[in-house]
Design a binder for this molecule. Structure first.
Ligand code: DX5
Ligand code: ZN
Length: 213
């Protein structure tokens, strides 16, 4: 079980110190928003590059951007270990996945809450990571959408049936209770922003999410 603290909920004026407080988690989730695919803006590859020397964590970069092909290389050069793009903005998902994997890092696809999970069926054999959005992408601190559990379960069943190697990740509204539900459904990576960064003890919060209690 991997916990991926989302720095969207961190204090942006002190990002380096903020990531130090969550180093208990071996992944770090980095939300990139373009104000177009989602109604919010965050950061570019220069911020990822600036953080890279200060962390040994696996940089899990989530691109919520309309034209990911334009920026994938920049985010890989900046030090990302995985790049996840959104299914909803891809004309040729195979091409994008191939491009990311050819650069030697993990390739993921994410789907928004209204996108049915079975659209991913033809891609499952090529994916390293599948990211189920359990809130509408764009903002932290929203309530978990229960229907996400069925998507996680579907991916977990497919993984066993066909011996797929992708990791199942879930992003949005993850706190102790929803973490346990996601783990039981088959999630292997839990992305959490506010429940970790707003906790009085972030290490404890990470541990509680990991163990589902
Ligand atoms: C939302 C982002 C999430 C966000 C989750 O678009 O993709 O990673 O940080 O925040 P919480 O955990 O607060 O729901
Ligand atoms: Zn995210």
């Amino acid at each position: 079980m991997k916990i991926a603290p989302s720095i969207l909920a961190a204090d942006f004026a002190r990002l380096k110190d903020e990531i130090d407080t969550v180093k208990e988690a071996d992944w770090l989730h980095i939300d990139i928003m373009d104000g177009h695919f989602v109604p919010n803006l965050t950061m570019g590859p220069n911020v990822v590059k600036a953080l890279r020397p200060h962390s040994k964590q696996f940089f899990d970069t989530h691109l919520m951007i309309h034209d990911p092909m334009r920026f994938i290389d920049a985010f890989i050069d900046a030090g990302s270990d995985a790049i996840t793009v959104h299914y909803e903005c891809l004309n040729n998902p195979q091409k994008v996945l191939k491009h990311i994997k050819a650069r030697g890092i993990m390739a993921g696809i994410s789907i928004k809450p209204e996108t049915p999970v079975d659209v991913l069926e033809p891609l499952l054999g090529e994916l390293d990571l599948v990211l189920i959005m359990s809130v509408e992408p764009g903002f932290g601190g929203q309530a978990f959408i229960e229907a996400s559990l069925d998507k996680i379960q579907w991916l977990a069943n497919k993984k066993v049936d066909a011996n797929h190697t992708y990791r199942i990740s879930v992003d949005g509204g993850i706190h102790e209770k929803t973490a346990l539900q996601c783990i039981n459904a088959g999630a292997e990576v839990l992305v959490a922003g506010s429940s970790i960064f707003n906790a009085s003890n972030r290490s404890h919060a990470i541990r509680r999410l990991r163990h589902g209690r």
